[in-house]
Design a binder for this molecule. Structure first.
Ligand SMILES: Cc1cc2nc3c(=O)[nH]c(=O)nc-3n(C[C@H](O)[C@H](O)[C@H](O)COP(=O)(O)OP(=O)(O)OC[C@H]3O[C@@H](n4cnc5c(N)ncnc54)[C@H](O)[C@@H]3O)c2cc1C
Length: 362
């Protein structure tokens, strides 16, 4: 249920594993996250020290190195994989120590990550606004989420999956077993995977609540300024992503319920963050604005695995800010878990961190 980034990735892996797969998706234009996302693959930038899912994020990022050419070959769709590095800029004195300790922590574990002093930043990117230095993660990157989801679904269909446009409203249950999903009709199945993003908890018939709430993100696009090399830059307040001749500017993190609208306050905050990073953007016309709803859990980590209170129910949701990064690896994990195989993640703590039962013990 749900054919966004996570549902499409699960469908592809399950169909390729020989299962009979039906994807139920209600279609675009309802605030779904995948059509709004920036598509950064930035586990190093997003990680905090002691982050239980740092390694999963790295594995998620690295998986696209193989997946992008493979999807291009099988579907003809280019997912726009870009692997030229991301800088996280210190715009205040206070953030310098934090970012330097992040650099040190990542280097201690053998990951490529450097601290660039303010004069190095100014030499490398002379068009940037004032900085106090930057963390440089040369293996970070991005992809284009819309062709990613289209390619995953196309590849799933090539492996036998079917896609129907319908809105699922209820789980169908017999005793302690889930036997399907109800939309315009009843879709019977041995197993249901709920991958409906921020809407995952809205189905009737759930055995217990799913702790996912929408967190709105607003975005804008302006033409990429001439004479500036493409880049991706983060600050504490926002980011700039170069994509197909545009600068994508993001993003807010707002608890606004299920309202996927842009607001003048939200746009003001992302333009302010972007123009302080790259003042040259201030002269660019605004081409598009949009917003989407991230599926966010109380601890900020995804929910991936079997719902233990009934048979036949699986959850793949709550990926928050990193659902594009984690889509491909989540699809693989779900397929492995459903077939009872040992999983790509061997680290028990990381698997526990994803446990669907962790918020509700009844
Ligand atoms: C502004 C913004 C920027 C982001 N930037 C990044 C980024 O740079 N990097 C990154 O990794 N992540 C990013 N994300 C997060 C990422 O987009 C999400 O984590 C990811 O898309 C979640 O995938 P999903 O499939 O769970 O949910 P979604 O992408 O929201 O997809 C859910 C799907 O389920 C469908 N659906 C919902 N309810 C029903 C129903 N009842 N019946 C049928 N279908 C249903 C929806 O229509 C949708 O297609 C960003 C998100 C936003 C909003």
């Amino acid at each position: 249920m749900g054919g966004g980034a996570i549902g499409a990735a699960c469908a592809r892996e399950l169909a390729r594993a020989g299962r009979s797969v039906l994807v139920i998706d209600r279609g675009r234009g309802t605030g779904e996250a995948w059509t709004a996302a920036g598509g950064m693959l930035a586990p190093q930038i997003e990680a905090h020290t002691e982050d239980p899912l740092f390694d999963l994020g790295l594995a998620g990022r690295n998986r696209y190195t193989e997946l992008a050419p493979s999807l291009q070959e099988t579907t003809g769709i280019d997912i726009g994989l870009w692997q030229e590095g991301i800088a996280q800029v210190a715009q205040t004195e206070d953030s310098v120590e934090l970012l330097k300790s992040k650099v040190a922590w990542q280097r201690q574990q053998g990951h490529l990550c450097d601290w660039l002093a303010a004069d190095e930043v100014a030499t490398r990117w002379p068009w940037m606004g004032p900085t106090h230095g930057a963390l440089w993660a040369p293996e970070e990157g991005a992809l284009n989420p819309v062709p990613l989801v289209e390619a995953l679904l196309a590849d799933a269909q090539a492996a036998g999956a079917r896609v129907v446009h319908d809105t699922a409203t209820r789980l169908e249950r017999r005793g302690d077993r889930i036997i399907g999903v109800v939309g315009k009709e009843i879709y019977h199945s041995d197993a249901v995977v709920i991958a409906a993003g921020a809407w995952s908890g809205k189905l009737d018939g759930l055995p217990r609540p799913i702790s996912v709430e929408p967190v709105r993100g607003q975005m804008a696009a302006v033409p990429w300024p001439q004479m500036i090399e493409p880049f991706i830059m983060y600050s504490a307040d926002g980011y700039i992503i170069a994509r197909e001749g545009e600068a994508l500017l993001g993003s807010t993190m707002e608890n606004a319920g299920f309202e996927a609208e842009v607001t003048s306050a939200g746009l003001a905050s992302i333009f302010s963050a972007a123009t302080s990073l790259c003042p040259g953007l201030a002269k660019q016309e605004v081409r598009r604005t949009w917003a989407g709803l991230r599926p966010v859990t109380p601890d900020g980590l995804p929910i991936v695995g079997r719902e233990p209170s009934v048979e036949g129910l699986w959850l793949a949701t709550g990926h928050g800010r990193n659902g594009i990064l984690l889509a491909a690896i989540t699809g693989l994990l779900i397929a492995e878990m459903m077939s009872g195989d040992s999983t790509t993640i061997e680290d028990l703590d990381a698997l526990k961190a994803l446990d669907p039962a962790r918020f509700w013990r009844w």
